[in-house]
Design a protein around this ligand. Structure first.
Ligand code: HEM
Length: 235
């Protein structure tokens, strides 16, 4: 236990961390989870990190937007107008969220291309790759469900067309379409459904799969294009 001579907020934070560390060994866990060896030749390995940054930014701006957004056909559009015109920095938070959504998809795809080009999906990283595919679908799901939320003409018709596409699947098409819409047409039920998926189901899924993705990367280390891993055990 260290001796504290003055009670500044910094020292109080130190004391609190020490207290927790003595009980659950927090420092060792943090140090171990931050220690990933990056190969010297890695010039494009930041793309996954940028995608992760956009996810965190989306989570923060999304929570802020949810404080004012109201998910019903009568009030959704008005609440978005309220965010844009009345809420302090609401226009900024909404714009960061909308641009961040697009950029997250762009960087996720760039990250995936880097993995493909370097062959980093090969053994022993197949599970990381499969978790990545799940992350890509969840990321696209965020974009699809979020697009309906402003409940304007563009949102309504984009979702009508978007949910019509799985409707073309043989045999189960109409079932899938009605399941997504919560009925035959895009309606209040669709809005509630998409809002719930956007705010709860997808964030929880992404957080869970991402933890697995990062845990495996941490265990295996990143692929080194200059090293032939098939000759020896994974790092
Ligand atoms: C939300 C989306 C995603 C996030 C936040 C994310 C995050 C990361 C991070 C931080 C790394 C380590 C640094 C790096 O290689 O850039 C990584 C590695 C990796 N990611 Fe992702 N990722 C995502 C989506 C994907 C997708 C769509 C794929 C492929 C389908 C994928 C496959 C991989 C693989 C195979 C590795 C290991 C690469 C290596 O060992 O060199 N990830 N990911």
């Amino acid at each position: 236990m260290r001796v504290i001579r003055s009670w500044t907020p910094m020292h109080l934070a130190q004391l609190t961390l020490d207290w927790i560390d003595e009980r659950i060994g927090l420092r060792g866990l943090i140090t171990a989870s931050l220690h990933v060896t990056i190969p010297r030749s890695a010039h494009t390995y930041y793309l996954g990190g940028i995608t992760l940054f956009f996810f965190m930014s989306q989570a923060v701006t999304g929570i802020l937007l949810s404080l004012y957004y109201r998910a019903s056909p009568e009030s959704a559009y008005d609440s978005v107008l309220f965010i844009m015109n009345q809420v302090n920095f609401g226009w900024l938070i909404r714009s960061v969220h909308a641009w961040g959504a697009n950029l997250m998809i762009v960087f996720c795809i760039l990250h995936m291309l880097r993995v493909v080009v370097q062959g980093a999906y090969k053994a022993p990283r197949e599970v990381t790759w499969l978790a990545g595919i799940a992350l890509l679908f969840v990321t696209l799901g965020f974009g699809f469900t979020g697009y309906l939320l402003p409940w304007d003409q563009r949102a309504y018709w984009a979702t009508t067309v978007g949910t019509e596409i799985p409707g073309a699947v043989p045999f189960i098409g109409s079932f899938l379409r009605d399941l997504m819409r919560g009925g035959a047409d895009v309606s209040a039920v669709t809005l509630t459904r998409f809002f719930g998926i956007h705010m709860l189901v997808l964030p929880a899924s992404l957080a869970g799969v991402l933890m697995a993705h990062l845990f495996i990367i941490h265990q295996q280390g990143l692929a080194d294009p200059k090293e032939d891993e098939t000759k020896g055990a994974a790092k």
